[in-house]
Ligand binder design. Structure first.
Ligand code: HEC
Ligand code: HEC
Length: 291
């Protein structure tokens, strides 16, 4: 907000500027008559400069800009803290445009309102929109086809951290997810054995020693990953027996997770997207075919 002092300073400065323009215009527009001998007195290599008045049409352009500025300053903000007779503000214009867009969007989505998420997943028109929304909002992390990447779940496979029901997916999109695998402060020797034991859970061959030692060490893991390592969707703890990996299958990659812990972060979208868009995106995830 401008103080009164600054406001008057701006008003006086703007007014003086406009008056100065008017004066300049009047002072230079005086017709000097058609006297061809009237020169400015400047001469270059024998060429003289005539002192002719500005062409009329040019002069009128200046008059129009001055009139425009006065009308503009009357209608719109510009004169200090005077708001302008139209009461126009950037934020009200922005809000109007957002409201207009929402109305258009609602009209577009009305067509889908009665369809369930699984019905939407079969609807070509809805899925074309779903794909565009996915490319704009999700592809940076989950890949353009939802195939995922290290640390970002593949949405096309049958392996789900949190579950594949439409309600669960809507919840994931609305609130985000932050699966926490804590740093358990295990000694290096235990980490090495557990990493190989986890590989064994996923079907890789491991030694008898790893089997036995690992089984007892795994006791601290069961509260989240379950007694058989099959995971827990309420916590987002992955199934360790399906040979599908979020962070990699090599012993080194698993050791890094066990030694340091890890936290995947799926952002929440409920403030960025409308519920219509979230529903369509959930349908798009279902249509990718996992589960
Ligand atoms: C900033 C990166 C990022 C963006 C953007 C993102 N996600 Fe995720 N998403 C993740 C991560 C990381 C996880 C895993 C969270 C965890 O490990 O707990 C995840 C998890 C999910 C899951 C749960 C998967 C499962 O196996 O249960 C779904 C479904 C999902 N995202 C869909 C989406 C959709 C749809 C969008 C776009 C609206 C999106 N994500 C945008 C990073 C992202
Ligand atoms: C407090 C619950 C909790 C405990 C205890 C826990 N984990 Fe985890 N673990 C998780 C969660 C949640 C994730 C997924 C992290 C993410 O989404 O980013 C995870 C991820 C993993 C991964 C990565 C899986 C992949 O697909 O890449 C491995 C391996 C793992 N845990 C093994 C273990 C082992 C071994 C123990 C015991 C020493 C253990 N966890 C203890 C919750 C837990």
């Amino acid at each position: 907000m401008m103080t009164d002092g600054w406001s008057w300073f701006v008003i006086i400065l703007v007014t003086l500027n406009i008056l100065a323009m008017v004066w300049l215009l009047l002072a230079t527009s005086k017709s000097k008559g058609a006297d061809e001998a009237d020169t400015t007195g400047h001469t270059w290599d024998g060429i003289k400069e005539y002192n002719n008045p500005l062409p009329r049409w040019w002069l009128w352009l200046f008059v129009i800009t001055i009139v425009f500025s006065v009308v503009y300053l009357y209608l719109y903000p510009g004169m200090g803290s005077f708001k302008g007779s139209l009461d126009w503000t950037q934020s009200s214009q922005y809000e109007q445009e957002v409201a207009l867009n929402r109305a258009k969007q609602d009209a577009y989505f009305a067509e889908f309102a009665d369809l369930s998420i699984s019905e939407l997943a079969e609807n070509d028109k809805a899925m074309a929109t779903g794909r565009r929304l996915f490319l704009n909002n999700c592809a940076t992390c989950h890949g353009s086809n939802g195939q995922g990447a290290k640390g970002f779940p593949n949405l096309r496979d049958d392996d789900w951290l949190y579950g594949d029901s439409p309600q669960t997916i809507v919840q994931t999109l609305n609130n985000g997810r932050a699966g926490l695998m804590p740093d358990l402060g295990l000694p290096n020797s235990s980490v090495a054995i557990l990493a190989r034991y986890v590989q064994g859970l996923a079907g890789q061959e491991v030694t008898e020693h790893v089997q036995q030692k690992g089984k007892s060490l795994f006791a601290v893991c069961t509260s989240c990953h379950g007694p058989e390592g099959k995971g827990n969707q309420a916590l987002g703890a992955p199934n360790l027996t399906d040979n599908i990996w979020l962070y990699g299958s090599t012993a080194q990659e698993i050791e890094v997770i066990l030694a340091n812990g890890v936290q995947g972060n799926m952002p929440s979208f409920n403030t960025l997207l409308s519920q219509n868009e979230i529903k369509l995106l959930a349908a798009y995830v279902v249509s990718l075919g996992g589960g």
